[in-house]
Design a protein around this ligand. Structure first.
Ligand code: T6T
Length: 332
């Protein structure tokens, strides 16, 4: 099974993005010592990257892309992430980053509504904001928002389950928390594909709060309740790790597990046959493009309001080839 898709929405909001860039371009924001105009990277800009959570291989891979591009363009970057994927922990981190006045902030918002005001405050203080991965309810203040085709990835996850179970049956989604734009879109894409297929029935979406143990507990209970489940879509790395554990502990190798993301532990579960497919994002590419957009905004150049990156579906058939190239990094 191979799906690979890459889209770049370059036309959307070009005028708006230019207008936003015009608000704070040239002098690099409130606290920067940059003076660049003209070519990328001559501004000596300082960038801050705030991850959704520290220690997550998705954000580590994004950090690798950010650092590589920052070095290429001659700008500095400082990365921080809270210990949990939790807006209550991310907000004070953002407040302190804003107080340190970087020229640009690259950030994965942990909640579309709770993080709206803190991130918008950064933009209002003259910092160029690039939203990476997740977004907020109204991202119009941002120079750019860069994310995977999460809805399409959810649809592809359903296709993988359908391929393994052409006879149909019950399916479950294990997600993170409601209000996270990425996992919500994945679940939406998956559920829409299920609804279009008469042979399948969704038993719903459950939330594991980004904790593998909680995902395993959900799956254990779900398999006891609905013994005829044929497939589970786990909408992110930690949900997938826990889902695989739950299915394995129940001894249910007839249940197809498709996980979003492709950390090394998930790949091991794929190789072991506990997980049948992984939808791998392109975090390094998101990071590289985020730096490019931030530097363009700081230089007063056009930015792209919305950029969509692709995904690769990894299975045992392609893990030693194309699929293997999509696996996330644990360190740069
Ligand atoms: O799936 C990624 C990311 O896209 C999502 O927004 C949050 O979870 C991950 O970081 C994986 O753990």
């Amino acid at each position: 099974m191979k799906w690979s898709k890459a889209l770049s929405i370059t036309a959307i909001g070009a005028v708006g993005a230019l207008a936003l860039a015009g608000c704070s371009s040239g002098d690099g924001g409130s606290g920067g010592d940059s003076g660049g105009s003209g070519g990328s990277g001559d501004g000596d800009y300082s960038l801050a990257f705030v991850q959704g959570v520290a220690g997550d291989e998705f954000y580590i891979s994004m950090q690798c892309g950010i650092e590589a591009k920052a070095e290429e363009l001659g700008v500095s970057v400082k990365t921080q992430g809270a210990k949990q994927f939790d807006p209550a922990l991310q907000k004070p981190l953002v407040d302190s980053v804003v107080a340190s006045s970087p020229d640009a902030l690259l950030i994965a918002a942990t909640d579309q509504s709770a993080m709206q005001a803190p991130i918008e405050a950064a933009a209002n203080s003259g910092i160029e904001v690039v939203l990476v991965d997740t977004t907020v309810e109204d991202p119009s203040f941002a120079a750019s928002a860069i994310a995977s085709d999460n809805y399409g990835g959810g649809e592809a996850a359903f296709e993988a389950i359908e391929e393994a179970h052409p006879e149909g049956g019950k399916v479950l989604v294990v997600s993170i928390d409601p209000g996270i734009t990425t996992s919500d879109a994945r679940a939406e894409g998956f559920e829409a594909a299920v609804a279009e297929n008469d042979k399948f029935e969704s038993v719903g979406i459950e939330y594991s709060h980004n904790q593998p143990d909680e995902a395993a507990r959900i799956v254990t209970a779900a398999l006891q309740r609905d013994k005829d489940l044929v497939g589970i879509f786990a909408a992110n790395l930690f949900a997938a790790e826990g889902t695989a554990t739950g299915v394995q502990q129940a001894g249910r190798d007839d249940v197809t597990v498709v996980g979003f993301d492709a950390g090394p532990a998930q790949v091991e579960q794929l190789r072991d046959g506990i997980v049948q497919a992984l939808v791998a994002q392109e975090p390094a590419s998101i990071g590289e493009q985020a730096v490019e957009q931030a530097v363009a905004a700081l230089n007063g150049e056009d930015t792209t309001a919305e950029i969509q990156t692709g995904f690769t579906v990894i299975t045992q058939d392609n893990i030693d080839g194309e699929g293997g190239e999509a696996v996330y990094q644990s360190s740069c």
